[in-house]
Structure formats: C-alpha cells, structure tokens
Design a protein around this ligand. Structure first.
Ligand SMILES: *Cc1c(COP(=O)(O)O)cnc(C)c1O
Length: 371
C-alpha cells in the first residue's frame, strides 16, 4: 500500500506555463518581472500597500524584526507554541523572546496572558496564527496602542484567511508569509513581507538585498542578507495565487470531511471548526489525544506509520528548546497548555492533493489506533 504523504501540493494550474515564460525570456533571477507582479498581487490580495518577496518565511521574520529596529536589550512577546523561526529571528537580532502559553481550544497564543508580560523593555508583540484559526487581533492591537508596541503578524499559515472579515496579514506594522509547499499557496521555497509603511518597505527591500546602496553600491552602512526570491519561484507564486480561493475552499471541505469522519471517535480533540471571528481554513488538521488516552502523540504517530499514514508532531514549545536553554533563556518558564499539546498533539495528512479515498483511509486508521 502506498503511504499517504502528510503534504502534497497541487501544481496543475499555470505553473508550467509561467515557468516556461521565465526560461524562454531568460529571466530567472530576482530581477525578473514575475517577482514584482507576485509582490503586487499578493499585497493587493491581503489589502496591504507594499509586498517584499523573500526566499522563505523564516528570513521574512528576520527582516521584519531588524526592519522595526528591534535589537539588543529589547523584548518581544510571542507564543511559546510556534515554529523556531519566530524566536530565532528575535534572538538573532540580539533581543529577548518572552513567551506566553496558548489557548487549549484554538492552540493560538492566550491573549489574556500578554499584558502581564509587558515591561519597559518590551518593543513588540509577534503574533502567530496557528494551524488555521486566527489569533484574536483586536485586543492585541489595543495593547500595542496602549503601550506603544509594534506588532509583527506571522501569517504563514493564514493565506486567504480573514479575521472579522479582514485579511489575515493586514494587521500590525508588518506581516510575514511563507510559501513552503505545505502552505496554502507555494513557490517551493519563498516568503513575503507586507506593510503599509513606505519606509519600512524600503528597509525590508534593502535588508533583502545585502543593504547595497543606490548611489555607492559596494559601500555598506548596514549589514543585510541575500534573501531575494527568484523569478522562477515568483512565476509559480503568480500561478498559485490565481487559485487561492479554490485552495482555501478545498482545504475547508477536507477539514469538514475529517471532522465528520472523526467526530465519533473517543479520546481525541479535533480542531475547532470556527471561532467568533473566523472559519477554520485547516492549514493542517491537528489532533490532540485527551488525558484518558494511555499513550502520547509519538506512539500514535508510530502506529499510523505502520498503517502507511504520514503524520507530523505539533510544534515543540520555545521555552523547552535546548538551544535556548543553552543561551540561558526561559529558566523556570512554565506553559502547561502548550507543553501538553506539544506532547499529545500531531497532525494527519492535510495537503491539497489529498483525495476523498485517502481522507477515508486516514480516518479509518485513526479509528483503528484509538480502539
Ligand atoms: C512555515 C512557517 C514559517 C517558516 O516558513 P519557511 O518558509 O519554512 O521558512 C514561519 N512561521 C510559521 C507560523 C510557519 O508556519
């Protein structure tokens, strides 16, 4: 039996056509026309003025932190339940990550814990929307306003999602996206920064391109990176963006189908189908084993592997990362909700190419291991 991959993208639109155009015209570097087209179209879709395409979602976070002037001695509040890229961007800039626990139902950062973590050194809140449901933004924007904080919105998992009807990625000073193949739209590798602030956009463009200066190209006032996106990647991005609504609808149907098939199985917590402000777009379909289940996510994933079903564990908390404890960070930190879901949560195949037969096979597999 062929294993069901945890993620397989759909690339059957205009991807080949636009890639061929890039090759036929000789435009393959970041100077090619698809890069600007992708930036403009993606920014317009998220209702932002400026888009800066970069080589992946992780470096987008690096650029966002540095572009906002966050550095030595500053603190940034973020969820502990997220990808390493978020905390890495903060520590690499010389700033200190300060974590909050997550909500047991949405798995998003528990916004009620943010205010207590604000100090005179806090410069920003890094919001990360997790797995398909957006963070409740209004209270965060109010806190940012009250304390004069910047907001970075990591919307890597939120392509096409809205919060109270407004696009995710349209909030805060700057937002970031990833176009890794497991996201709703992909460029293979790729990322984007979005902002309405022209100066911030300029800073990001400069950081993306080694901080070359327009007048004296090889004289540098600051250090940047080469984090440019190629025209080949952007060609795929333009084709993928044409299908974003279709992809979001498809993911929603897949999520609803999983929920129908899994709802009656005891011992597992399923993703919330909706909150007050959004319907789930199921970036991934996560499961959390309830406390009465006598095994953890690792065992569950092993058993599913034996049934040829691909899985991935949930994120591992930032405050439990060996790399950060070696840096002396997060000593004595406790976030019981995130610690629990990190050990008892995993996600099942969630890619856009998943078929109805595969969904049914996965659901049967889950039923089997929960017996
Ligand atoms: C995927 C992801 C990233 C990193 O993106 P890459 O393109 O893989 O570097 C950052 N943040 C979140 C929330 C993600 O899901």
């Amino acid at each position: 039996m062929l294993p069901i991959p945890v993620n397989e993208p759909l690339l059957d639109g205009n991807e080949k056509k636009y890639l061929n155009q890039s090759i036929d015209t000789g435009w393959i570097s970041s100077e090619g026309p698809f890069v600007v087209q992708f930036e403009q179209q993606f920014a317009a879709r998220v209702e932002r003025k400026y888009g800066i395409a970069v080589s992946n979602g992780s470096v987008a976070l690096d650029a966002a932190v540095v572009a906002l002037g966050i550095g030595q001695g500053d603190e940034v509040i973020l969820p502990t339940f997220t990808i390493i890229s978020c905390a890495a961007a903060i520590t690499r800039a010389g700033a200190v990550p300060v974590v909050v626990d997550c909500d047991p139902h949405t798995w998003n950062m528990d916004i009620s814990q943010i205010e207590a973590k604000i100090t005179s050194r806090t410069k920003a809140i890094m919001v990360v929307h997790i797995y398909g449901l957006p963070v409740d933004m209004i209270p965060i924007l109010a806190l940012a306003d009250k304390y004069g904080l910047q907001v970075i919105e990591d919307a890597a998992e939120m392509h096409g999602q809205t919060y109270n009807g407004l696009p995710c990625g349209s909030f805060g000073n700057i937002s970031t996206f990833s176009f890794y193949p497991n996201k709703h739209i992909t460029t293979g590798e790729g990322g984007m920064l979005l902002t309405n602030d022209e100066q911030l956009a300029q800073r990001c463009r400069s950081l993306r391109n080694l901080c070359f200066q327009p007048q004296k190209r090889f004289v540098h006032e600051e250090l940047g990176w080469n984090m440019r996106m190629s025209n080949l990647q952007a060609a795929i991005g333009v084709a993928q963006l044409e299908r974003l609504d279709e992809f979001v609808a498809r993911k929603r149907r897949m999520g609803q189908r999983y929920t129908e098939l899994l709802a009656a199985i005891p011992g597992i917590q399923l993703p919330l189908p909706r909150t007050e402000y959004a319907d789930n777009i199921y970036w991934v379909y996560g499961l959390v084993l309830k406390d009465e289940v006598p095994f953890d996510a690792e065992t569950a994933m092993q058993r599913l592997r034996e049934l040829h079903i691909g899985t991935r564990p949930f994120f591992w908390c930032m405050h439990e990362q060996p790399v950060f404890s070696k840096m002396g960070l997060f000593e004595g930190e406790s976030c019981p909700v995130a610690e629990r879901i990190a050990r008892r949560g995993f996600y099942i195949p969630s890619g856009l190419a998943l078929t109805e037969e595969q969904i049914e096979r996965v659901a049967l597999g889950v039923k089997e291991i929960m017996r």
